[in-house]
Design a protein around this ligand. Structure first.
Ligand SMILES: Cc1cc2nc3c(=O)[nH]c(=O)nc-3n(C[C@H](O)[C@H](O)[C@H](O)COP(=O)(O)OP(=O)(O)OC[C@H]3O[C@@H](n4cnc5c(N)ncnc54)[C@H](O)[C@@H]3O)c2cc1C
Ligand SMILES: *[C@@H]1O[C@H](CO)[C@@H](O)[C@H](O)[C@H]1NC(C)=O
Ligand SMILES: *[C@@H]1O[C@H](CO)[C@@H](O)[C@H](O)[C@H]1NC(C)=O
Ligand SMILES: *[C@@H]1O[C@H](CO)[C@@H](O)[C@H](O)[C@H]1NC(C)=O
Ligand SMILES: *[C@@H]1O[C@H](CO)[C@@H](O)[C@H](O)[C@H]1NC(C)=O
Ligand SMILES: *[C@@H]1O[C@H](CO)[C@@H](O)[C@H](O)[C@H]1NC(C)=O
Ligand SMILES: *[C@@H]1O[C@H](CO)[C@@H](O)[C@H](O)[C@H]1NC(C)=O
Length: 512
């Protein structure tokens, strides 16, 4: 077994030891590059240290560790922190680090997100269950609270009140459709993992063309789910997760919004996973990449705040239009403009133990649920728009003081906050994000491979945008890159027998 292994690997390994020749380039306006010593290693540049970029570095480190793929990895990050849209390092109420930190960006992942789940285990990070069981969930339409539970959002399928309002079939059919999607999703971790050249290809492999080509509402209606259920509960989920209405968002992302079983977060912040992913890489923070251009055959010149460098391959792990990156026009022309949802996140503390009932025109004795979702249905019928996408209590920070998180399309004013909480507002922090792509039904996606040796992780985002799927997208990209440039993937050269495939919770890339 071992010798067979060596026979497979030897040609690959010696391939890496060939002198690594760099074409000399000396264009006007660009720095002259020194010819590196002949024994220098091949190098890969990753642009962005969020979920996508950090996991890309991690997948490469796995190939290094297992097969001795000898390559240097440089990660460029324009901000001063790791994690991108899943940052949280410094968000403490009142800036007081003795208080529990709050996620300002991406906050949850679920059990079927096997890379995030596994990473938390392997890096000995504590997973916190994200349950809002005690505080209940309600749906606000801008004028009235339409529906409220005391039991909580994550168990709402079983809720008797829901049964009464929405009947039996709509919740059951919706759940069956979500389960089917989730089961298919699991094939992305199997030993016979699908490999995709582009997202349309993946969509057809998974049989999801029907989901991405329709809105969530269209898809559910055609599957016999009632309009009331869609516009209230499903839309509540699409609006809190993606800031978009059920009749706007495609049905794949709509289904992802509803797959919330086992919602968890890493204690101290999800970014800790990404920090661990980057342990083997050279990370350059505060370093913006300005341009990427081809130089000679299959070599890429990258210009950044630290000067010009040459790489065998470049992985772009940020939304292209947010990077201000200059690339050759034959590459930029392949990437269609991608609008993002501009989201306002407002964190605050209050001494109100729950949302005051009078703020929702309810009798003073009413207990308003601690998690408020919203529907656009009132506005569709000529009513007022909800002022926020979601608003929820996030626990105590000290005796008698709670943290509340609000997602909204527009800035939430101090005046509005003061009115909502009857003057009892302590600390307030606001952050704006280009949070996730605007995700209408689509059949066209940006390319995953922009040119030989130049790959685009975030082409996945208009399909599904989560931390987990960015890690999956980068796994596919790294596997493709390593096969193309180094003749070995994350789990070895093509045809390598995988180990541990009988393992109960086999995860491709981690187990092999
Ligand atoms: C408020 C909010 C809540 C969310 N909730 C969830 C959730 O609960 N669960 C979930 O899974 N997902 C959630 N998401 C989505 C999730 O955050 C993203 O899908 C995911 O983090 C994207 O990761 P990424 O690495 O692809 O991109 P990013 O995190 O955006 O990382 C890209 C990085 O590239 C850097 N960069 C950009 N241009 C350059 C350049 N020219 N040079 C160098 N560096 C550059 C950026 O600074 C950034 O750090 C949420 C997002 C937001 C904003
Ligand atoms: C590179 O360009 C500079 C400035 O144009 C020039 O002085 C230098 O001689 C060039 N180097 C080579 C090796 O051509
Ligand atoms: C990045 O810049 C910030 C702000 O200018 C600074 O505080 C921080 O120390 C810098 N970090 C690194 C790693 O250079
Ligand atoms: C920070 O919070 C702790 C715990 O509640 C408290 O004891 C301390 O006084 C706070 N520090 C400041 C500077 O407010
Ligand atoms: C996690 O903990 C286990 C058991 O204590 C230990 O063997 C392992 O090295 C730890 N891993 C990391 C990444 O710290
Ligand atoms: C996507 O990949 C498939 C399979 O490799 C290929 O047949 C198809 O032409 C590609 N489509 C696009 C738009 O590149
Ligand atoms: C399988 O295990 C052997 C022995 O530990 C190891 O050398 C090999 O790299 C593993 N294969 C894969 C695909 O990880």
């Amino acid at each position: 077994m071992r010798t067979r292994w060596l026979a497979v690997l030897l040609p690959v390994v010696s391939g890496f030891q060939l002198p690594f020749k760099l074409p000399f380039f000396n264009q006007s306006g660009q720095q002259t590059l020194q010819q590196p010593p002949a024994d220098s290693k091949p190098r890969i540049a990753i642009i962005g240290a969020g979920a996508g970029g950090s996991s890309a570095a991690f997948w490469i480190s796995k190939a290094k560790e297992r097969f001795g793929v000898d390559v240097e990895v440089d990660v460029y990050e324009k901000e001063s922190y790791i994690g991108g849209r899943a940052c949280s390092t410094t968000v403490f109420p009142y800036g007081n680090s003795s208080l529990p930190p709050v996620e300002l960006g991406a906050s949850i992942f679920v059990k079927v997100n096997k890379n995030m789940w596994r990473a938390a285990d392997e890096f000995n990070l504590t997973r916190l269950n994200f349950r809002d069981d005690d505080q209940g969930m309600g749906v606000w339409d801008g004028e009235k609270l339409l529906f409220a539970t005391t039991g909580g959002w994550w168990g709402w399928w079983d809720n008797a009140k829901a049964l009464l309002r929405y009947g039996f079939h709509s919740p059951r059919r919706t759940q069956a459709l979500v389960d089917t999607m989730v089961n298919k999703f699991q094939s992305l971790y199997a030993p016979e993992v699908p490999r995709w050249q582009n997202i349309s290809h993946l969509s057809s492999i998974l049989g999801w063309d029907e989901l991405v080509s329709q809105t969530t509402s269209e898809y559910l209606l055609s599957n016999g789910v009632s309009n009331k259920f869609i516009s209230e509960l499903v839309e509540g989920a699409t609006r809190v997760n993606y800031g978009q209405n059920a009749d706007e968002l495609h049905a794949l992302e709509g289904a992802c919004s509803l797959a919330a079983t086992g919602a968890s977060a890493v204690e101290g912040g999800n970014f800790r996973i990404f920090e661990n992913f980057l342990k083997q890489a050279n990370v350059f923070l505060n370093t913006s990449v300005k341009s990427v251009s081809q130089t000679g055959t299959n070599k890429w010149a990258l210009e950044s705040d630290r000067g010009a460098e040459i790489y065998t391959a470049v992985i772009l792990a940020a939304p292209f239009h947010s990077t201000q990156l200059q690339v050759p026009s034959d590459i930029s022309s392949q990437i269609p403009p991608q609008p993002y949802v501009h989201l306002h996140v407002t964190l605050l503390t209050t001494t109100q133990p729950s949302f005051p009932a009078q703020s929702f025109s309810l009798p003073p004795s009413t207990k308003v649920p601690g998690m408020l979702l919203t529907t656009f249905e009132g506005a569709r019928n000529g009513g007022k728009q909800p002022e926020f996408n979601s608003m929820s209590y996030h626990g105590l920070i000290s005796e008698g003081e709670w943290v509340v998180k609000i997602f909204s399309k527009k800035r939430i004013s101090d005046k509005w906050l003061s009115k909502m909480f009857d003057g009892q507002v302590g600390w307030v922090l606001r952050k704006e994000w280009d949070a996730y792509p605007v995700l209408p039904p689509s059949s066209e996606f940006p390319p995953t491979k922009l040119a030989p040796g130049f790959y685009y992780v975030n082409s996945f985002e208009p399909f599904i945008s989560t931390m987990e799927t960015e890690a999956l997208a980068s796994r596919n990209v790294v596997d493709m890159l390593l096969h193309e440039s180094f003749e070995s993937g994350i789990c070895g050269p093509v045809g390598t027998p995988l180990n541990d495939t009988d393992k109960e919770d086999f995860v491709y890339g981690w187990d092999c």
